[in-house]
Design a protein around this ligand. Structure first.
Ligand code: ADP
Ligand code: MG
Length: 694
């Protein structure tokens, strides 16, 4: 039978429908799937060691005859030990297997066997404990011993041995030539191994290969396969980026002195150098014919809002409308309040539109948007989702929305809109994502903070010491400051959690802070009630805000100096960082107290330790990524990254970087051949399952 990469595994000899179903469940459908799932480890079993030369503490392979075998019963009920003595010309050694009684039927006296494992020494002498074994007569091609042996991760019912066998079979049947998607010039310049060779040697390396190099995934064969996959992935990104760079927006703003003055008039303070640089980069982009797609990144409190507002003024002065979107209604309200205040003396009309805007008002606002008599609308992302039609939409600002920004832009484009898009986030994009999902974005960073900010002191305390925390809060309240106390809200037990937050608020008011005013804020409250509470807190009538995480992002109350997080062990790192960012915004020293309840997991301990040791958002984001992985952190499980099969994004970052570079170079310099285009399209559809490219 002739085989190629697209052949379903089901058609292989020895793979019946049942095994094929098992393989499919493990994600292995075609020959290509199988070959691009690389071994995760290799062991050198090529060199057989004479038994007499074995030393304790090292891994070794020996070939010998089974001299005797017996199954010993131990005092522990049902626990049995299988012993075999294996001898070669130089000597003999005992092998011991715990609880593998079935070995009596396999390892019988007089058979030739290779065993591989750790050589141990105890009072009974040298022995192998639970070694790997392979009967020499069982498999003449020797894929398990007497060579460098590949090990596959067990996936479902597909055992590593089974996978090894099928891979060998496939490699034996594949024709010697394999279509190579990589352009010949690139292959030559980077000195890449031919595809067929790379596949063979990644699974069954030559005996002279270095096992250390193999296990570090540093061999030419392995790196070539990883590069190939990363490169096709990157080509999709580069291609998309190229397509959007030749896109043309319907209206291109200009800037003159009048507009500069108009912007300067709304400024309530002097911009920091970082903010000024960001404004410049953003406005420069807006003046270009292709729609802007830029990310503004700055730690919590860096002052991103005013930067976005200045960009908005440029758009509005050019007769264009601005949509300003926030992830929560509370934040949308806050932005609206601030922006409306700053623009009060301008000629621009700003409106608020969220899910809870009353029907009649909504109607008025949308008709103003449609007619162009409203210049800027602030709201939640429902703004673009609901059928709001803009008169002349020129700029979309998406705040704290790194999770959705990329997709929202695609949605705008689907509607035929090509405005400038500015995404804002406090979460630094990890380098790997910056090379992939976010690689189509230009990035501006604000690395400084407004003057006078003091770092927030962070304390981690068990609940048994809550009273100390209350004392600390009381001191601050007596000085005229305000405090947040945050409760987690876990989906499954929302009611219970809410009750505990409610009870806590009552308790705090009645018993702990009778002289101050406490209020409760949570997501299930009516919008009006939420606004009322938030307003009272902002204006200082309420002193302690007991809240669920609805205040997590963006909320800005400079007089608040204490952030207490209850059940801090349940929160993720970036959430804790965001929460802590709610304080330390004014002229006073602030403190963040993370209260935990035992038992906590190692991860939770690690998170709280990280919080206590740094306030650097970048360090925290990197740590978060290590603990959770990119999919969870960025909510992009559906990202193509999660589907990459060959490499490890941390270990092989250099390969990703080179693939990124080469893909851009190819797209920018010579473009893609039709053949390569269809390769990329197929990959993106079948493997990554992403929005189509091209
Ligand atoms: P974030 O980047 O977290 O969104 P904000 O835009 O909410 O930060 O700004 C945080 C606070 O700092 C706000 O109260 C804002 O008015 C203030 N702020 C921003 N820039 C400056 C500046 N250059 N000088 C003084 N205060 C500033
Ligand atoms: Mg903000």
């Amino acid at each position: 039978m002739s085989l190629d990469l697209s052949t379903p595994l089901q058609f292989l000899k020895g793979v019946g429908p049942r095994k094929a179903a098992d393989l499919k469940r493990a994600g292995l459908v075609t020959v290509e799937d199988l070959l691009y799932r690389l071994p995760f480890r290799y062991e050198d079993r090529s060199r057989m060691q004479p038994i007499a030369t074995l030393r304790p503490g090292a891994k070794a392979a020996v070939l010998g005859e089974i001299k005797s075998a017996n199954l010993a019963v131990t005092r522990r009920r049902g626990f049995r030990i299988f012993h075999a003595i294996i001898a070669d010309a130089s000597g003999s050694i005992r092998c011991t297997w715990m609880n593998q009684a079935f070995l009596t039927d396999i390892l019988k006296p007089h058979l030739q066997v290779v065993v591989f494992g750790d050589v141990k020494l105890d009072s009974t002498g040298l022995h192998f404990m639970n070694p790997e074994y392979e009967l020499v007569s069982e498999d003449l091609s020797s894929i398990k011993t007497a060579r460098i042996v590949p090990f596959y991760e067990k996936t479902g019912t597909v055992t590593p041995n089974m996978q090894r066998r099928i891979v060998r079979q496939v490699l034996d049947q594949l024709p010697p030539d394999m279509v190579d998607p990589l352009p010949p010039a690139l292959r030559e310049r980077l000195d890449l191994v031919p595809r067929r060779v790379a596949v063979e040697q990644s699974h069954f390396p030559l005996n002279e290969a270095s096992v250390d190099e193999l296990n570090a995934f540093r061999t030419a064969a392995q790196r070539r396969l990883i590069f190939e996959e990363y490169f096709l992935f990157q080509l999709g990104h580069a291609w998309r980026r190229h397509e959007s760079s030749v896109e043309r927006k319907p209206w291109i703003p200009t800037v003159d002195d009048r507009i500069r003055q108009s912007a300067a008039r709304v400024l309530p303070f002097r911009l920091t150098p970082g903010q000024r640089q960001a404004v410049k980069e953003i406005v420069d982009d807006m003046l270009l014919p292709a729609p802007m797609h830029r990310l503004l990144q700055g730690d919590v409190g860096a002052g991103k809002t005013i930067v976005a507002l200045l960009a908005a003024i440029v758009a509005m002065e050019n007769g264009l409308q601005v949509a300003f979107m926030a992830p929560t209604e509370i934040l949308a309200n806050q932005h609206f309040g601030n922006i409306a205040r700053l623009l009060a003396s301008s000629r621009f009309r700003v409106d608020l539109l969220t899910g809870s805007t009353p029907g009649l008002q909504k109607h008025t606002v949308t008709s103003h948007i449609e007619r162009g008599t409203t210049h800027m609308v602030v709201g939640t992302h429902a703004l673009v989702q609901e059928g709001v039609t803009f008169h002349k939409l020129g700029l979309v600002v998406i705040d704290e929305q790194h999770r959705f920004g990329v997709e929202q832009r695609a949605m705008l484009r689907d509607k035929g809109l090509k405005p400038d898009v500015l995404l804002m986030t406090a979460t630094p994009i990890p380098r790997t994502l910056a090379l992939t999902d976010y690689s189509e974005l230009e990035v501006s960073k604000i690395t400084d903070l407004p003057p006078g900010r003091k770092p927030v002191r962070t304390l981690v305390k068990p609940e048994s010491r809550r009273d100390e925390v209350f004392d600390l809060i009381r001191d601050e309240l007596d000085r005229g400051r305000q405090a947040y106390i945050i409760y987690p809200l876990v989906e499954e037990s929302e009611k219970v959690d809410l009750r505990s937050a409610t009870e806590m608020a009552d308790h705090l008011q009645a018993e702990v802070f009778p002289a101050h005013r406490i209020a409760l804020l949570h997501g299930r409250m009516k919008q009006e009630a939420k606004e009322h509470v938030m307003h009272a807190f902002v204006s200082g009538q309420i002193h302690v805000l007991v809240s669920t995480t609805v205040v997590e992002v963006g909320v800005d109350v400079a007089n608040a100096t204490v952030m207490v997080v209850e059940h801090a062990e349940r929160f993720g790192l970036s959430q804790l960082h965001q929460l802590r960012g709610r304080v330390g915004r004014g002229d006073w020293e602030s403190v963040c107290v993370l209260i935990y309840q035992a038992p906590w997991s190692d991860d939770a301990r690690e998170r709280l330790k990280t919080m206590a040791s740094t306030t650097d958002g970048f360090v925290i984001a990197e740590r978060d990524l290590e603990l959770r992985g990119p999919g969870d952190v960025f909510g992009t499980r559906q990202s193509g990254l999660a589907k990459l099969r060959t490499g490890d994004l941390v270990r092989d970052r250099d390969i990703m970087e080179s693939a990124h570079r080469e893909a851009r170079r190819l797209v920018d310099e010579s473009g893609l051949t039709e053949e390569l285009k269809s390769f990329v399209q197929q990959r993106w559809q079948e493997q990554f399952g992403l929005i189509e490219v091209g």
